[in-house]
Design a protein around this ligand. Structure first.
Ligand SMILES: Cc1ncc(COP(=O)(O)O)c(C=O)c1O
Length: 379
């Protein structure tokens, strides 16, 4: 028998309550039954995003909402600043390029901390930049970026908006959109929302809606203004991902019942236990400022990170993630966002110990689990 544990930074495990709701016979999206679902989802998304404004919902993976954040706010020939320190930071610049938006890139070595003074410097040097793009968590490196501090700078530039990829941040740690002045906050269903992939979200500030009125980049499927008009009537512009939105109603209900503060505390504790457990085995954490969403752990000298990831998965049933691009073979990742609890961490660290032993790494067997349990006991 093989029991599997999904501890990847997306897709994440889905609670049975959510799975069961999504398995119910489908309803029609122009029926009052679905309007009721949307009404509740709209309210609870505002709670999750910390915004008085509507959160737009799209049937796409997260990148769709990222693309919409560019096409719905900018015009051809505009300039933007992209903070790049991993695969997803690069994605912002690639989307801009595809639409003819010139980018000024703040390039940090992967895993390094962002110095917010660099953002201020880039803005001062390029006052015509219309947007700053960044990640809350750069999933490829496990690094967390100082959204609050960057937002505190960008809010003083009336002609610039801050666009945050919160795909691995929303529902993981504090990201209150209105309070922090995040102009566009992008999310995806397959992370802390505990759903399958297929929904993306964009929370839009009043400032970003003003940009939308002037934006001239082409848009058709991802048209914010049309989605907003429909959403306010509990409708969608096109056929929505009905079953996923029904699942979303349930997962948002669960998040609300636990309370966002408690969700953040739980995930933070699980990530701390993961980091401490790994360190107790003599391993290093890759990111200077690690995110609670996902822990990127450096493969020890002489051991291939991909072999760790693959052994965890093939032999011990634990699906984490390997390294991507320049980090392939150098790191492996274990996620703690979404539907995760203490036993997931203990499972992951003990599977890691079995794996490392198989791969010939020398360490004290049990030391990682003991340390993780020690951190978890006070949660
Ligand atoms: C931080 C971040 N941004 C963007 C994406 C891209 O999202 P998707 O693959 O859903 O399009 C991901 C996906 O893993 C991500 O982790």
């Amino acid at each position: 028998m093989e029991k599997r544990y999904l501890l990847a930074p997306g897709p994440t495990a889905i609670p049975p309550e959510v799975l069961l709701k999504m398995a119910e016979p489908i309803i029609h999206h122009r029926n009052p039954l679905f309007e009721e679902v949307l009404e509740e989802v709209r309210e609870n998304l505002k709670y999750l995003f910390g915004s008085k404004n509507e959160v737009l919902i799209f049937a796409s993976s997260g990148t769709g909402a990222m693309e919409s954040a560019v096409t719905n706010t900018l015009s051809p020939g505009d300039k933007a600043i992209c903070i790049r320190s991993g695969k997803f930071g690069e994605r912002w610049a690639n989307i801009c390029k595809a639409y003819g938006v010139e980018t000024i890139n703040i390039d940090l070595p992967w895993g390094e901390e962002l110095d917010v003074a660099d953002v201020e410097k880039a803005l001062k040097g390029n006052p015509d930049c219309k947007a700053v793009y960044m990640q809350a968590t750069e999933t490829s490196t496990g690094a967390m970026f100082p959204v609050k501090e960057v937002a505190g700078i960008v809010k003083n530039y009336p002609d610039t908006i801050l666009v945050v990829d919160g795909i691995t941040g929303i529902g993981v740690f504090e990201l209150p959109q209105d309070e922090w002045h995040i102009d566009v906050l992008v999310g995806g269903s397959q992370k802390a929302l505990m759903l399958p992939p297929g929904l993306s979200f964009a929370g839009v500030s009043d400032k970003a809606w003003e940009f939308n009125k002037k934006s001239k980049l082409p848009k058709f499927y991802f048209n914010w203004a049309k989605e907003l008009t429909n959403l306010q009537k509990n409708q969608t512009n096109f056929t929505p991902a009905i079953s996923l939105i029904i699942g979303l109603r349930e997962s948002l209900k669960m998040i609300k019942a636990e309370g966002l503060e408690n969700v953040y505390r739980r995930i933070d504790g699980l990530a701390r236990a993961t980091r401490e457990g790994a360190k107790a085995l003599g391993l290093k954490i890759f990111a200077k400022n690690p995110s609670p969403a996902v822990t990127a752990i450096c493969a020890p000298e002489g051991i291939d990170g991909q072999a760790i990831y693959k052994t965890l998965w093939k032999k011990y049933g634990v699906t984490g993630a390997g390294g991507q691009d320049q980090l392939k073979g150098k790191i492996f990742r274990i996620a703690t966002l979404g539907y995760a609890d203490k036993y997931d961490v203990i499972t992951a660290i003990s599977a890691l110990e079995f794996t490392l032993r198989d791969l010939g790494y020398k360490f004290e067997m049990g030391a990682g689990v003991a340390k993780a349990v020690d951190v978890l006991k006070d949660m």
